[in-house]
Design a protein around this ligand. Structure first.
Ligand SMILES: [Zn+2]
Length: 568
């Protein structure tokens, strides 16, 4: 492809809306353009990259024995109503009606539709096991779309579903997908970890997430170096950590603390460390209010709270007016004693002695409060967020945390969907048995963002060869020089004819402009044809390396062919 003909409107300025490197670079290198919040168009360079990722995914899925098909994105509501997910998806589902007033949605994920397809099209248990997949556009009305294609409202997903008759069959199907995912992410050159997404109590490997380490990742992962325990923040089990508390019990007492609304202000005014306080935070979960208590130096994990309440709605801090109504005090003075709403206390709170809590009265706190004596929580559970230095729940070692981005998820679904939608086969006794399912997803365009997050520098993207939109770029320094142009044309033709995706910057532009663009769009191999073309020499440069090598024309072509993997 000639750059003079390519729709590649690169940007010199850093777009204000982009907070992270991959988003900035995808906009600047003209891969994507924003259409609406969380909705993007893919321009030629972006689409080529997307297709290259899809190719890797497709090859590994096919190798694992999965069959590709393609479902509609426009889905009738009935199956989602039958499984209850029409309600559970809530506002994150895009809904619409057709001209006959029939309900539809834009598919957020396709479990229901695949289950129905197998029910309608597979008539004998002899046709199982079966793993089906598609690479298709999904829609979710994210509350906070951000970070470009990392968290968009329309995205390309590879979703696969396995159908088995036995648990052992499901294990085998799951294992095949696990291996395929490792192969895919290895080929994409991603540095990733596999996180057990099961809660500790369940054990096993019923659900695993593939995460890439990234400082901008919104997921936090807890990891123990000693035993290898790895879990998502919302699943990571928190063990109460011992602290020194006064052992002598004293009667509860009310103290005036007029200007102490925060833990910092309290530690200053009372002169005791943060761990001696218990925070009481009022949360709204769906249409109910609950108080959540953690030690003063800890944070409440809203997802643990939400899961504990079994709510489809996120747990959110209550509005100040609601806090005032519930506690009869300004924000900052809530406490468990005498509170009218349910109190959920973290396990660690119950190991505290002589704690300080809000008095539910503006300007006052209670001291010498003993859990169990002065208040009894509605429920004691693990509701806090795990931190660096926490105790490993498996081996007692030390927990480290890091940020990550989920790029893939594999999940043993069991019979939830087959039961709800009546996908059964008769067993040897003639009794109908529900099919056992698994589901497996990869965020295809999110993979692109993850690759960029892990492969870029100040000048632009550094594509791994595997998914680079073009493998080689030929740059002619002076498009007006006949010798240079002739050699560059020859190189471009030779590489293209050999099947190497080659970009040819033939523009009548200053060399600096061309080099800046080349670095920005990140093509792995660059061959520059300049003044020394007259001597048969070119500059050979790798995007991920320092400096360049002077080579003769033929050697440069051979090396480019070899690196791009097309050399025979
Ligand atoms: Zn451990």
């Amino acid at each position: 492809m000639r750059v003079s003909k390519l729709l590649m409107p690169t940007l010199r300025e850093v777009p204000a809306e982009a907070e992270i490197a991959s988003h900035r670079l995808m906009l600047r290198s003209a891969m994507i353009r924003k259409l609406a919040a969380g909705v993007y168009s893919f321009l030629p360079l972006g689409l080529k990259t997307l297709q290259n990722v899809e190719k890797v995914v497709r090859e590994e899925m096919d190798k694992a024995g999965a069959q590709e098909l393609l479902m509609s994105a426009l889905l009738p509501a009935e199956a989602y109503m039958q499984t209850g997910r029409w309600d559970i998806f809530g506002e994150s589902m895009f809904r619409l009606k057709d001209r006959n007033d029939r309900d539809f949605c834009l598919g957020p994920t396709h479990e229901e539709i695949f289950t129905e397809t197998v029910k309608n099209e597979v008539h004998s248990y002899r046709d199982l096991p079966l793993t089906l997949y598609q690479i298709q556009t999904k829609y979710r009305d994210e509350r906070r779309p951000r970070f470009g294609v990392m968290r968009s409202r329309e995205f390309v997903m590879k979703d696969a579903y396995s159908f088995d008759l036995t648990k052992e069959g499901l294990d085998a199907s799951y294992d095949a997908m696990y291996k395929a995912y490792c192969a895919i992410f290895d080929r994409l050159g991603l540095d990733y970890v596999v996180v057990d997404a099961d809660s500790g109590a369940m054990g096993g490997s019923g659900s695993q997430e593939f995460m890439v380490k990234s400082e901008v990742g919104e997921d936090v992962i807890a990891h123990c170096d000693k035993c290898g325990y790895t879990a998502n923040e919302e699943k990571a089990e928190c063990i109460p950590a011992p602290k020194d508390f006064p052992q002598d019990e004293k009667p509860m007492e009310k103290l005036e603390t007029p200007n102490a609304h925060t833990i910092e202000e309290l530690t200053d005014s009372l002169g005791v460390p943060a761990y001696r306080f218990a925070k009481t935070l009022i949360y709204k979960v769906g249409d109910q209010y609950v108080a959540a208590m953690v030690r003063g130096d800890r944070e409440v994990n809203p997802i643990k709270l939400q899961n504990l309440l079994g709510s489809p709605e996120e747990a959110e801090l209550a509005e100040p007016f609601a806090v005032r109504d519930i506690t009869k005090a300004e924000v900052g003075f809530a406490g468990p004693v005498g509170l009218s709403i349910p109190v959920y206390a973290d396990k660690e709170v119950m190991e505290m002695k002589a704690m300080v809590v809000g008095a539910n009265e503006t300007g006052y706190h209670l001291v010498n409060v003993e859990p169990g004596r002065d208040f009894t929580p509605t429920l004691v559970a693990d509701i806090r967020t795990i931190e660096d230095g926490d105790i490993c729940p498996r081996c007692g070692g030390k927990i480290d945390t890091f940020h990550g981005i989920e790029i893939g998820h594999i999940f043993k679904l069991g019979t939830k969907y087959s039961k709800a939608l009546g996908l059964t086969f008769p067993d040897e006794n003639g009794e109908e048995q529900p099919v056992i399912m698994g589901c497996y997803g990869i965020g295809v365009n999110r993979c692109i963002a993850a690759v960029i997050e892990q492969n870029h520098d100040d000048n632009g993207i550094i594509w791994p060869m595997c998914i680079a939109p073009y493998k080689v770029e030929v740059v002619v320094v002076n498009a007006g020089d006949e010798t240079q142009m002739k050699m560059a044309e020859g190189l471009y033709k030779m590489l293209s004819d050999s099947g190497v995706a080659t970009l040819f910057d033939d523009r009548d532009e200053r060399p600096g402009v061309k080099f800046k663009d080349a670095d920005l769009i990140g093509v792995p191999v660059r061959i520059t044809v300049g003044k020394k073309a007259a001597d048969g020499l070119v500059e050979f440069k790798l995007r991920n390396g320092e400096g360049f090598t002077e080579m003769n024309f033929a050697d440069a072509a051979a090396e480019a062919l070899r690196l791009s993997g097309e050399a025979k």
